[in-house]
Ligand binder design. Structure first.
Ligand SMILES: Cc1ncc(COP(=O)(O)O)c(C=O)c1O
Length: 456
């Protein structure tokens, strides 16, 4: 292996990084991570860190689980890949599709899985499937997609437009047409300045209003994360999803549940929608399906959607959407091994138990003058930082000044938490222990205190 100095130089000269300030990256260079075990990762200088964000919400089973590496190697040694087009299949993809469907409540009546390579590609696939569904039902106008402000659905051309955070769209115009946004169920910063529960869940009613405004015959699908992630870890009020489902049923609008973050136990249930017993028509999965051991996502459709598409296309026309790496056998072998660990190690039960402990420990942070709101569900939590609890203004003139500082201070203390706009998010692997939660919350606590001394 090359020396660390050589690697840093090569990185800066050749590797392009997503979501960094390019000039700053060239000055600072990369943080090179070389090993991982459980919640711990080690950098190239040998320093250990607790990964309190499951890397990018995805390393659900923790780092270094050898059974997944072994499953990947076994599949690679048997067959690395064969085309998924024209009806070919490999055993791990067949088994994983059946397994994923078996994990869903029967009453959802989910039918087929198309495995992809990640979340954005999956959301684009589901948007296309929703449009094809209406087209084949003879409703060619029913193509608009409704999503929400603060939503994050990925950054491909389609999923980026569904994303409701304008920051991610700058300089990438022109944007694909046919998307509309409504307000998020973000009680702490309600767009209408209403208070729960007197608000009557106006954020859910906003869906009905926009469908009526646009015309029900033009709206094909509503896409939403059961719990908004990147937008700030925003669990909705309990009434929200049942109301949304009713509105979707009333106006014949498909509900695409973006379970990319919430799928596979993150919220203390196998899928986020299970927290509110809400049935999706299409589901997007990624991240936790392989815990990052191999890139994999999946577009899941209900039997009703599948049968409509099958019947509509008939006996001559193929389903003309797909990618070279759909149903990849190595990814699917990783997925099977990953799900086995989630089940055998009772990680969802642990997420519920440790999630309650995390929520309890986080409450103590309200003593800080800059902590405006704390939100969590299962092992998905965020602490919102403000200059003033009354005005809820941000600290500093630029977005994320205080949260980036907190993230850096936590990193210096050996804990990886993630700045997301004015929030610090923590979402550790589902294997987390109480002692590890204590270390994470202590680092967050002292980092917030230090940021306040420096910036307030
Ligand atoms: C809810 C949600 N959907 C979709 C995506 C996009 O996934 P990917 O980055 O794998 O394309 C993400 C990524 O963080 C996400 O959080």
């Amino acid at each position: 292996m090359k020396s660390k100095e050589e690697l840093r130089k090569l990185d800066v000269n050749y590797l392009f990084h997503p979501t960094v300030i390019l000039e700053e990256h060239e000055q600072k260079g990369p943080r090179i991570i070389v090993e991982g075990n459980g919640l711990r990762v080690k950098d190239i200088d040998g320093k250990e860190y607790i990964d309190a964000f499951s890397s990018l919400w995805n390393v659900v089973i923790g780092h270094g689980q050898k059974a997944v590496a072994q499953a990947i190697m076994e599949q690679l040694n048997k067959l690395e890949y064969f085309s998924p087009f024209y009806g070919f299949a490999m055993p791990p993809a067949i088994e994983l599709a059946a397994k994923v469907i078996s994990l869903m409540p029967k009453e959802w009546n989910m039918g087929r899985v198309l495995f992809t390579c990640g979340g954005s590609e999956t959301n684009d696939s589901n948007i296309k499937i929703a449009r094809m569904y209406w087209s084949l039902k003879g409703k060619d106008q029913k193509k608009k997609i409704i999503s929400r402000n603060c939503a994050y659905h990925g950054l491909t051309i389609g999923s980026m437009v569904a994303t409701g955070i304008e920051y991610f769209k700058m300089h990438f115009e022109p944007l694909a047409p046919g998307f509309r946004h409504i307000m998020a169920p973000y009680c702490y910063r309600c767009e209408l300045n209403l208070t729960y529960p007197e608000c009557g869940i106006a954020c859910a009613k906003a869906l009905e209003e926009i469908i009526q405004k646009e015309g029900p015959d033009t709206v094909g699908a509503f896409i939403g994360e059961p719990v908004m992630g990147t937008g700030g870890t925003i669990p909705p009020p309990d009434e929200y999803w049942p109301m949304v489902r009713k509105i979707c049923d009333k106006y014949d609008v498909l509900f695409i549940a973006d379970e990319v973050v919430t799928g596979f136990g993150r919220t203390g249930k196998m899928f986020g929608c299970m927290n509110w017993n809400v049935r999706p028509d299409l589901i997007s999965i990624a991240k936790g399906i392989t815990s990052g051991y191999f890139p994999l996502g999946g577009a899941i459709m209900s039997n009703e959607v599948y049968e409509t598409i099958k019947g509509g296309l008939g006996s001559i026309m193929p389903f003309l959407h797909g990618f070279t790496y759909n149903n990849h056998p190595v990814g699917c072998a990783a997925g099977l091994a990953n799900l086995k660990i989630i089940e055998e190690q009772h990680l969802i039960q642990n997420a519920t138990k440790m999630g309650a402990y995390l929520a309890d420990r986080l409450k103590g942070l309200y003593d800080h003058k800059s902590v405006g709101d704390i939100r969590s569900i299962g092992l998905m939590a965020a602490v919102e930082i403000v200059k003033d609890k009354q005005t809820k203004e941000q600290i500093g003139t630029m977005p994320m000044e205080s949260t980036h500082r907190i993230e850096d201070l936590m990193w210096e203390k050996g804990v990886y938490g993630r700045a997301m706009f004015e929030n610090i998010a923590v979402a550790p692997p589902l294997t987390v222990t109480k002692t590890e939660i204590d270390t994470i919350v202590d680092a967050l606590d002292s980092s917030i205190a230090q940021m306040e001394r420096e910036m307030l």
